[in-house]
Design a binder for this molecule. Structure first.
Ligand code: DQA
Length: 146
């Protein structure tokens, strides 16, 4: 099975960006965490990041019929993008939302995520480890469905 791992805007700046909130791991480190989890779980992954809302929407659309599951850190687009929510509703595989930081402990505008309405589960506040937990959960869900 293929799990697509999508990352939204500014996550290419991980490690440099507000390390007090997001930690020192870079996006390459996050990809390594995901690759190792995927090997352990015996799933394939396609790991991507974009700063563009339209590109993220297109990548979600491409998951239809191709991916068995989507793990997405929508970053700020989670809080703003109905287009991204609509795209996630249109694919027929399970979605897990990840945020590195605990969005509920931060500014009020981060407390709501449109993406959560399309997600079977949400992981936030566990740092980059959240991605490994999301992949584990997704592998379990795919196995249960199979
Ligand atoms: C984030 C949380 C968002 O509120 C923020 O806009 C991000 C990163 C996280 O992983 O903690 O860019 O999605």
């Amino acid at each position: 099975p293929l799990i697509v791992v999508l990352n939204g805007p500014n996550l290419n700046m991980l490690g440099l960006r507000q390390p007090d909130i997001y930690g020192h791991a870079t996006l390459d480190d996050v990809e390594q965490v995901c690759i190792q989890a995927a090997e352990r779980l015996d799933v394939a992954i396609d790991f991507r990041q974009t700063n563009g809302e339209g590109e993220l929407v297109s990548w979600v659309q491409e998951c239809r019929g191709r991916a068995s599951g989507v793990v997405i850190n929508p970053a700020a687009y989670g809080h703003t993008s109905i287009a991204l929510l609509d795209a996630l509703h249109a694919i027929e595989c399970p979605v897990i939302e990840v945020h590195i930081s605990n969005i509920h402990r931060r500014e009020a505008f981060r407390h709501h995520s449109y993406v959560s309405q399309a997600a079977c589960g949400v992981i936030c506040g566990l740092g980059v480890r959240g991605y490994a937990h999301a992949l584990q959960a997704m592998a379990d869900i795919i196995e249960d469905e199979g």
